[in-house]
Design a protein around this ligand. Structure first.
Ligand code: GSH
Length: 216
């Protein structure tokens, strides 16, 4: 299976963690925004990452790919069968992929992607507004919702944990780190999720990449 994407995308990061937890082997083909790679363009009609080629079956969108893989490889389940837990997992994935990723995107895109990757100025006012107005409310909600189990849904890892922890890396690249004094549950939970063997090697790779990009 080929996965197209960049390790700094929250949607790609979620998928990479998912693949690792599932023990599925794949090749990551690095592509950037607007990448002309023919395999990527064929797999991703809208040119967005991630996209996948599984033996000729082409699919785009992290959620679509994960639903496909979960049906194809049910064990270990990362989307629970229990109706309530399944609903909660999909809620968290939706939270992560919409408001949380949008907020991180406003900061990450305008402060890093636009100037460093696309060679143009970002909208720094939009980034500042996302950080000051949107992020605190989202973090406060998350802080209040993390259960004592240390996992967002039930008492074991699900897609919810991978999805919601992923955009935190984009905040971190912007220099916005969760303050354990303000959000102690997020700090402990995200540290546990992001340091899992499914995530840690990718995060080391992206941190090396970001260090070079930010130094340039
Ligand atoms: N809902 C999609 C979102 C994918 C997405 O927006 N990816 C961004 C990178 S983080 C992208 O490829 N943007 C390029 C563009 O919009 O042209 C998913 O879950 O895969």
């Amino acid at each position: 299976m080929i996965v197209y994407g960049s390790v700094v995308s929250p949607f790609v990061r979620k998928l990479l963690g998912y693949l690792g937890e599932k023990g599925l082997s794949f090749e990551l083909k690095g592509v950037g925004i607007g990448d002309p790679d023919p395999g990527f363009r064929a797999a991703s009609p809208l040119g967005k990452m991630p996209a996948m080629d599984d033996g000729g079956f082409l699919l785009a969108d992290s959620s679509a790919i994960i639903q496909y893989l979960e049906a194809k490889h049910p064990e270990p389940p990362l989307i629970p069968a229990d109706p309530q837990q399944r609903g909660q997992v999909i809620w968290w994935e939706e939270f992560a992929d919409t408001v949380f990723a949008l907020c991180s995107g406003k900061m990450f895109f305008n402060r890093i992607v636009a100037p460093k990757f696309l060679g143009r100025e970002g909208d720094l006012a939009a980034a500042a507004l996302a950080e000051s107005e949107e992020l605190p409310k989202l973090l406060d909600y998350l802080e209040g919702a993390i259960p004592a189990s240390g996992f967002l849904v039930g008492d074991r890892l699900t897609l919810a944990d991978l999805a919601v922890a992923s955009p935190l890396m984009n905040f971190r690249h912007c220099g916005t780190v969760v303050d354990p004094a303000v959000h102690p549950k997020i700090a402990a939970w995200s540290e546990a999720i992001l340091s899992r063997p499914s995530m840690a090697p990718w995060i080391e790779k992206e941190e090396r990449m970001m260090a070079k990009v930010l130094a340039a």
